[in-house]
Design a protein around this ligand. Sequence first.
Ligand code: FES
Length: 79
Amino acid sequence: MEVKVKICMGTHCTMMGNLNLEENLERLQSEYPDQIEIEAVKCLKYCENNKAPVVELNGKIITNASAEIVMSEILEVVK
Ligand code: FES
């Protein structure tokens, strides 16, 4: 697995966009099923101080994780 994504599904991150991001990631994952693994996780404890939504990408925490940022970082690895 080249990219392991943990997407925070805690309340704050869900409200701040991770629900929408998860849909986008699932679509991307269906294009690269052998390279991308998505795991929905509970609060990663980074959501204070307006840092939500939060995603962990191969162990690296991304705060204020917009779809553009997360998708482009993933595509850097899988392309
Ligand atoms: S709800 Fe996502 S880090 Fe807390």
